[in-house]
Design a protein around this ligand. Structure first.
Ligand SMILES: Cc1cc2nc3c(=O)[nH]c(=O)nc-3n(C[C@H](O)[C@H](O)[C@H](O)COP(=O)(O)OP(=O)(O)OC[C@H]3O[C@@H](n4cnc5c(N)ncnc54)[C@H](O)[C@@H]3O)c2cc1C
Length: 1117
């Protein structure tokens, strides 16, 4: 079979695309004559995304995968010729092989390429992407083209006309016609010459993270010296990431020919290069000053590297008696790159009591019930449900304007497209269209880019998405258009009234302090970036307007309720099913109801089952995320670090509707004090209304922002007092049972234990000394270490929201079906529920099964959120099991030696119900905002985290070296799952505080609409050493089996990395004679780190007058 396929041309005909796979080079060349405009599809990592996301259309695609000539590798005396079809991974292996065999002087270009290949994209892309595809694409960010260009690579082209060579040079990279391939030509191979003895090549790159990120700036640099001298005979520099193509600093290099490799030449080089290649202020991708700084920082690195090389090979005194200045060891750290490492870690927790019966799984590290299925792909998610008879697909039409009147919606062209069935608008809603302030489908006005206006129903997702582009909406722009918090304050644009908490006498306290600092802080938002985007399948039934809804939601009852009011049918006709959710993080609390209700309108109107599956772009565009925060603070303190008074005003960017914004600001204020007892406090907060997508719930619910702000104030106080931040933390931490700002009693025993254990386990003090020692010896690399305490309150702050129910059936074979109101978000809730049922019924977990969360089985459920899902539902399951066991007791008493199966059979015989509902009325919680007091939280989760990082002051890169977390999960129901939650939340927090940036254009368009632009942590961001310990011998009588809910708290601990970075930056600034009382805004991205480590490079770059250009993006926090 395989043989036959190799012999014939394969042609696949699609509706719009024909895919041809020729069998030999000749045939490919003929096809290229016939279809000169058709791309060659090699790895398809460039053509594919362009077709999928940018609407590129290619009627014919040529696939040369079977053409062996394109994979040939030839070694010649002067270099290597690598087939254009070799994958980037193969290229890396080939080059590494050469590097290991040839003398060092011949392989400098190869080393540069290998260095970049190791961090280019990720392994999967490198396995697929081809060398030819990479070169021909000429992406402005290409990592390889700058090095190939400086390495004088040549491209071997072939066509029916014959073969020819062209250089991979500036003209080719700029796409000039006479330096380019002809339409019928293809790239057969690439010749990469060996480097020469007096020729040096280096490569540098900086990206948002170590792997899987396009470079911000990337470059290849080469210098050729006159033999045995340091006189420059050849010089070339190519930069990527600073324009739409790879850019050459050719003129600068030309002017430096004949110069000697010394500081004078370098100073001249900085000036020339900045003049020649500085990206303009409005450069797409932004970060212009950062990029300019990198341009010269890389040049400096190159200079140092070559200086080191010259020192090695020039032994005799040079002409003109020139001697090399010795570069002090302290400055050589500029040359070290952070290695790509794999994390290792230790997880510590207390084992169960040795007397606990072996069948009792509570407290044991049982693996997640779906863990293996997640890994094998057998776990069923919403869109894995098979196609239903007559199913149609929905795609959303969203606003392209931030604030405008809708003049008209013309769907006629869309309706004419093949496969299109209908277009759903607000007029099709039989019931209520959301609320006046928050409509499901826009009516006359749009208030943000991404607001849903209408939706196309079609026979397939492709048809529906294609038709979306054809719905014509005419807008009339409206004023004002507000994006930033600053603008919202100016326009008095708020979503709800101001909230305030106060204790002590703030004004008086400010009069009696040694020092006062005042400042501002900006904390960016965050995208949920769950693996499974929002999706729903609505199946209308033929009878009584019943509807089955399969949805990825944290709150199916809210979906049910919203669909009911939207369709104006009673709740009891609608059943929502949630098997499992591929991550929610708060983004699937309120938002699925919107998508569910719109889909239900379409199902109701067409009488067809309708499936809606958002792609990442529409998910990010329509849903909102974590609220960005802008805060103004005033802190009064004594010289010994005791904080006496704080006045903090917080504004969050809520977007265009209220959603959860009022609750988020309330929680933010309630949690703002974190672990500190400060007698005189005033916290204010208000959610701003802006013309951006509406922000919503997100893991930690305001605390990650508020906690970071408080810890930043602590760091600022430490800097002013000349004391270490941990001293200030200890001085101000709760020490005894006391009252919080909202007058709830709080006992800090566990907080203090976590703090002390974390100090010990991390060897904080000795490592801090080592960090200081390292810093004294290194100028361009700095280490930082920080330890942060945490007091995190769990729960919803409202008694009603703490109730939960369960339904447990025992079947006649003894098997048990457990149902409850919680949803599986990957957090292992069902595993814990089965552990609880197993303990209560005193039978092994193998008897237990959980099928799905279903509103018909357990009604009126509460969102699975606020860290308490497992324990409140666990209490309900416990209650149901206890009821059942009570019913079985007489039977067991009669036959105590009997088996479970026998007791169940006997109970059935005796007509004893084997099904019970369980109920938990919930924790009491209240908060009186008029008085600013209450008991809003059932209990607290305490913890502490210590992190160490190293930063590269020249590039802003950082490496997470080690993190130690100690957290109190009390008597964990399942320590494996809880530690997984803590680790996952910590990494998500690390993403929030150091990586993830939501960027908006000046028109309010979200510019990062997928993983290319929005960077979440990858495996290389996990600290090299990652230790998590659960506090031992701890009890929490409030929760089931004395456990604690730990779903959210770890998120905040990610800020220990932020403060370690801040510590490293402070060390750099101190050494450079700069003040160390700076405030680092969040996230601490490479850009922020680099620009905070101000030096001669940040000073030498041109700074544009903000009025002279339109920036690519605007800050919205
Ligand atoms: C997730 C992701 C991350 C990435 N990260 C990086 C990164 O960090 N740094 C970086 O530099 N790049 C990065 N890239 C870009 C990647 O390097 C290119 O997409 C890839 O090298 C293109 O190769 P391909 O074989 O997939 O090209 P294809 O998509 O198959 O083809 C691309 C183009 O090249 C043409 N072509 C291919 N082969 C030939 C040939 N032999 N002769 C003539 N024309 C030919 C095709 O006609 C087509 O126009 C990333 C891409 C992705 C998808």
């Amino acid at each position: 079979m395989a043989e036959d396929l190799n012999k014939e041309t394969l042609t696949f005909y699609g509706e719009r695309v024909t895919w041809i796979s020729p069998i030999n080079l000749n045939e490919l060349l003929e096809l290229k004559v016939k279809y000169p405009k058709s791309p060659l599809v090699m790895g398809n990592t460039s053509v594919g995304p362009a077709m999928k996301f940018q609407g590129h259309v290619h009627p014919v695609l040529l696939s040369p995968a079977r053409i062996s000539e394109l994979s040939m590798v030839t070694k010649t005396n002067d270099g290597l010729t690598i087939g254009a079809g070799c994958s980037l991974d193969q290229v890396m292996q080939i080059l590494m092989d050469e590097v290991s065999k040839l003398p060092e002087e011949k392989t400098r270009t190869y080393r540069g390429l290998v260095k970049h290949l190791k961090s280019l994209a990720g392994q999967q892309i490198r396995n697929m992407a081809s060398l030819g595809g990479h070169i021909i694409n000429r992406h402005g960010y290409s990592d390889l083209n700058p090095i190939l260009a400086v390495g004088n690579a040549t491209l071997n082209l072939i066509s029916k006309e014959g073969r020819r060579q062209i250089p991979l040079n500036e003209q080719f990279l700029a796409g000039l016609e006479d330096a380019d391939l002809k339409p019928e030509e293809i790239l057969e191979s690439v010749h990469i010459p060996h480097s020469e003895k007096w020729e040096f090549v280096a490569a540098f790159r900086q990206a948002q993270c170590q792997q899987n990120a396009f470079p911000d700036v990337t470059c290849g640099m080469r210098v050729l010296f006159k033999e045995c001298t340091d006189t420059i005979e050849g010089f070339s520099i190519f930069y990527g990431g600073i324009g739409s193509t790879t850019v050459s600093a050719q003129k600068s290099c030309q002017q430096l020919l004949g110069r000697r490799w010394n500081a004078l030449m370098l100073d001249e080089a900085y000036r020339l290069v900045l003049d020649e290649v500085s990206p303009p202020g409005s450069t797409p991708g932004g970060m212009v000053e950062f990029k300019r700084t990198l341009i010269v920082s890389f040049l400096f690195k190159f200079y140092l590297e070559i200086l080191q090389e010259l020192k090695k090979i020039i032994t005799l005194p040079l002409s003109n008696n020139h001697q090399y200045p010795d570069i002090s060891e302290k400055f050589l750290s500029a040359l070290e790159e952070f290695p790509v490492t794999v994390s290792r870690g230790v997880q510590e927790f207390q084992g169960v009591d040795p007397n606990q019966p072996p069948h009792d799984p509570v407290g044991r590290p049982i693996h997640h019930q779906s863990g293996i299925k997640h890994a094998t792909g057998e776990a069923i998610f919403c869109d894995d449900l098979p196609v239903v008879d007559k199913e149609l697909f929905l795609a959303l039409v969203t606003s392209t304007r931030a604030h405008a009147k809708i003049i008209s919606i013309d769907a006629s062209e869309a309706l004419e497209l093949p496969g299109v069935v209908d277009v759903i608008t607000a007029k099709d809603i039989p019931g209520t269209n959301g609320t006046d302030d928050d409509t499901l489908l826009a009516v006359d006005e749009v208030l943000c880019v991404g607001q849903i206006i209408c939706a196309v129903v079609a026979e397939s997702d492709v048809y529906a998405k294609r038709a979306v582009e054809k719905v014509k909406i005419i807008y009339q722009d409206q004023e004002p258009v507000i994006f930033t918090i600053e603008d919202a304050i100016k326009h008095n644009s708020y979503l709800s009234s101001e909230k305030k908490l106060e204790q002590g006498n703030v004004e008086e306290a400010f009069e009696n302090v040694d020092q006062i600092i005042e400042g501002e802080m900006h904390i960016g938002g965050q995208e949920h970036f769950y693996m499974e985007t929002q999706r729903v399948l609505v199946i209308p039934k033929t009878e009584d307007k019943e509807m089955e809804i399969y949805i990825s939601s944290q709150d199916p009852s809210f979906v049910q309720k919203t669909v009911s009011s939207t369709l104006s049918i009673p709740i009891n006709r609608i059943t929502c099913h949630v098997k499992r959710v591929g991550g929610g993080f708060g983004g699937k609390v309120s938002k699925p109801a919107v998508y569910g209700a719109i889909t239900a309108v379409a199902a109701n109107k067409t009488d067809h089952p309708i499936r809606l599956v958002l792609d990442r772009k529409v998910d990010m565009l329509t849903k909102g995320g974590r609220h960005p925060l802008f805060a103004k603070y005033k802190v009064g303190f004594m010289n010994n670090g005791r904080i006496k008074a704080m006045d903090v005003k917080c504004y969050i960017n809520g977007g265009y509707t209220l959603d959860d914004s009022e609750m988020v600001i309330e929680y933010l204020l309630l949690k703002l004090e974190n672990a500190y007892k400060i007698n005189n406090l005033r916290f204010w907060g208000q959610p701003c209304k802006t013309n951006l997508p509406s922000n919503t719930a997100f893991r930690g619910f305001g605390f990650p922002q508020g906690g970071l702000l408080m810890e930043s104030c602590i760091t600022a106080v430490a800097a002013k007092c000349g004391l270490s931040p941990e001293k200030i933390r200890e001085k101000n931490m709760y020490k005894r049972v006391d009252k919080t700002i909202y007058k709830q009693a709080y006992s800090p025993d566990k907080l203090i234990r976590c703090w002390n254990e974390c100090l010990n386990k991390s060897s904080y003090h000795s490592r801090k000394a080592e960090v200081e020692n390292f810093n004294s010896k290194n100028y361009w690399k700095k280490k930082g270490i920080a330890i942060v305490p945490m007091k995190f309150s769990v729960g919803f702050g409202m008694t009603t929201y703490h109730q939960a129910a369960a339904l447990v059936h025992i079947y006649t074979d003894g098997s048990v079906l457990v149902s409850h109101g919680g949803n599986e978000l990957g957090q292992g809730i069902h595993t814990k529920m089965l552990q609880i049922a197993s303990r209560e019924l005193k039978i092994p977990m193998s008897y237990m099964h959980f099928c799905e969360t279903n509103t018909a089985t357990v009604p009126n459920t509460i969102a699975t959120a606020a860290s308490i899902g497992s324990e409140v539902n666990g209490k309900a399951v416990q209650n149901a099991c206890q009821i059942l066991l009570k019913r079985l007791e007489p039977i067991i008493k009669k036959n105590p030696e009997g088996t479970w199966e026998e007791w169940v059979a006997a109970a059935f015989e005796k007509r004893i119900s084997l099904s019970a509902t369980g109920y938990f009325r919930g924790y009491k919680a209240n908060m009186d905002w008029e008085k600013g007091e209450g008991d809003p939280f059932p209990y607290y989760v305490e913890g502490a985290a210590c992190s160490e990082v190293e930063i590269d002051c020249l590039t802003g890169a950082h490496k997470n070296i080690r993190t130690d977390i100690v957290l109190d999960a009390s008597c964990s129901i399942n320590p494996a799952i809880d530690i997984g939650q803590i680790e996952g939340a910590f990494i998500q927090g690390l993403g929030l505080y150091t990586l993830e940036e939501l960027k908006y254009s000046p028109e309010g368009v979200l510019l990062c609409q997928g993983p290319d632009e929005y960077k979440i942590p990858t495996v290389t961001d996990i600290p090299e050493e990652f230790h998590v310990s659960l506090l031992t011998s701890s009890q929490n009588p409030m929760a089931i089996y004395s456990s604690k809910g730990v779903g959210e708290s770890g998120m905040f601990l990610g800020c220990s990395v932020f403060f370690a970075i801040s510590d490293a930056v402070a060390a750099a600034r101190k050494e450079r004679g700069l003040t160390d009382d700076f405030i680092l805004n969040s996230p601490a991205t490479p850009e922020r780190i680099r620009m905070a480590c101000a030096d001669k490079f940040t000073e030498m770059i041109p700074i544009d007058d903000a009025k002279t250009f339109k920036p690519w993006c605007i800050p919205i926090a």
